[in-house]
Design a protein around this ligand. Structure first.
Ligand SMILES: [Ca+2]
Length: 535
């Protein structure tokens, strides 16, 4: 599609999102937000960086260390024979320790659907996550880590494709399995372990793992104990591990994705009546965003009542506490087996969730609550800290490679965040681009974020520093900024091979009522029933 066509957006028909009511402002007070009030997006990083460090590593490895290694290659076998004879018990203990002293183990914990604001230590005083809190206190937190979006309603799927390939939304190729996360770690000398949810998961990316297993998603989510199965298996693996090579464990939990069934043990941690609603709670989304009745949105009736939202938050938080507990069991096993000090722990999620924000329940939107994920790195040589650097979840793969000295595959879109972690750069990119099917596009730079809905000819412009909850649409009152952001969005579409026009020939009416949504939901349900009968 020609760029000129995409430029023909119609500002004057932009819908204004209703301002916050006094009631919602009141509810907003004291609630955590994914962005602190003073956070600004960083400037572009300095050119110094991964390449220079790789070059330094090359000289250190090839020019200096190699002759020493050659010499040691002659002496060491003789020394080892002597040491074995003199000190067999000590040698045995060191071998069982597992890891090459030069490379840390990696434990990558990836959850299904948690918002960025579902960790207590990051400011949510209403949720209980003691083990994730400990990671926050010891590790390095990225507050602005995002899923780029999705080409289908199952956002989990493209998110995981991007994460495993290091490629962006319109560039990942499911048939191309060379140089994936697991394969790259295996080539770098790691014993690779995978267990993750089965549904919406790119199975081809897991074939490279030495040990690979899938969870029964439905059984896991209805067991009452989200995260338990993966934790039981991981603990056993860690206790039995006796290989003389470092390990890379990728654990993709099946929760807190719905159905969110939590045992009383987890539900009793919370009083639903005491849970505040999201600061951007609305009974109904103010216009048709093109995905109003997808399965996630049918989890609760319209209009969304305060009581229903609190019930869902209760289940959501209870399931997250269960996962947190099971993450604690895995970390305890690392400590018990003496591997904790030499293990990098990475925690993140595939995207966020609305759970009542903006009148929505799912992840099928480009608002902050649905695209922003938690992201923590903790472990050897990682300082305690935090950053507002703009990043994508597909940066995790090259970042882990960089942290352990594994080669980063050439040509991937992901960028190592190590310069940020080491305090050598404030960021690795100054703009973020988001997309959802053919119904939403968004761009973020600095304090500004613009969301465009081409099918209904609606534009939203938010100043995230002043309005982190995305309540006040400024697209009409600040046309200069909206024009600038549209231009930026077009450039980002070109940079990421997105052909979606920002204007369509005959846009649908944007206005929507509860009656219209209910009718559309009934039609969607009928269509689904008929499709099921045909199968
Ligand atoms: Ca998900």
């Amino acid at each position: 599609m020609a760029t000129g066509c995409r430029r023909r957006w119609v500002r004057e028909s932009s819908l204004d999102v209703s301002p916050a009511t006094d009631h919602s402002k009141q509810l907003c007070a004291g609630l955590p937000t994914p962005h602190g009030p003073d956070r600004r997006s960083p400037p572009l990083p300095k050119a110094k960086s991964v390449f220079q460090r790789r070059q330094n590593r090359y000289y250190a490895t090839v020019i200096i260390r190699q002759p020493i290694r050659n010499l040691l290659g002659i002496i060491m076998p003789r020394m080892l024979i002597l040491l074995c004879c003199l000190s067999t018990p000590l040698f045995a203990i060191q071998a069982a320790g597992g890891a090459d002293a030069g490379k840390p183990n990696v434990l990558f914990l990836f959850t299904d659907d948690p918002r960025a604001d579902t960790i207590a230590a990051l400011g949510n005083k209403h949720i209980q996550t003691p083990n994730l809190d400990e990671l926050v206190r010891s590790g390095f937190v990225f507050h602005n880590a995002y899923c780029m979006g999705s080409t289908m309603p199952a956002v989990c799927n493209p998110s995981r494709h991007m994460m495993h390939s290091g490629m962006s939304l319109f560039r990942y190729d499911p048939k191309q399995i060379q140089g994936t996360f697991g394969e790259t770690m295996k080539r770098a000398g790691y014993y690779t372990y995978h267990e993750s949810k089965r549904g919406n998961t790119p199975h081809t990316y897991h074939t490279a793992y030495d040990k690979s297993r899938y969870l029964n998603d439905q059984a896991e989510r209805t067991s009452g104990h989200h995260g338990r199965t993966a934790a039981v298996h991981a603990v056993k693996f860690l206790k039995d591990y006796d290989r003389d090579q470092p390990f890379f464990m990728y654990i993709g939990f099946a929760g807190p994705h719905d159905p969110r069934v939590a045992a009383e043990e987890w539900k009793s941690l919370y009083d639903p009546a005491g849970l505040p609603l999201p600061g951007n709670y609305k009974p109904v989304h103010p216009f048709d965003n093109g995905e109003m009745v997808i399965r996630d949105e049918q989890l609760a009736p319209w209009p969304r009542t305060e009581e229903v939202v609190r019930e869902h938050l209760h289940d959501y938080y209870a399931c997250i506490s269960s996962i947190d507990h099971n993450i604690g069991r895995i970390i305890a096993a690392l400590k018990e087996t003496g591997q904790f000090e030499n293990t990098i722990i990475v925690f993140s999620s595939d995207h966020g969730l609305a759970v009542g924000s903006h009148g929505l329940f799912g992840k099928q939107s480009l608002y902050e609550h649905s695209m922003n994920s938690p992201l923590i790195f903790s472990g050897p040589r990682i300082p305690h800290g935090e950053s507002d650097a703009l990043c994508y979840l597909f940066d995790i793969f090259p970042t882990v490679c960089d942290l352990v000295g594994a080669p980063i595959p050439e040509g991937i879109d992901g960028k190592s965040l190590v310069p940020v972690i080491e305090g050598k750069a404030e960021g690795v990119r100054d703009t973020l681009f988001f997309a959802y099917r053919d119904v939403m596009r968004a761009v973020r730079q600095g304090d500004w974020k613009l969301i465009r809905y081409p099918q209904v000819n609606v534009t939203q412009l938010f100043n995230l520093r002043e309005d982190p909850l995305e309540l006040n649409n400024l697209s009409v009152s600040n046309p200069e900024q909206a024009d600038r952001m549209i231009e930026l969005l077009i450039k980002q579409q070109d940079a990421y091979d997105d052909k979606q026009p920002l204007v369509v020939e005959n846009p649908q009416p944007a206005a929507i009522t509860v009656e219209m949504i209910n009718k559309a939901a009934e039609q969607a349900a009928t269509k689904k029933r008929k499709a099921k009968r045909r199968k």
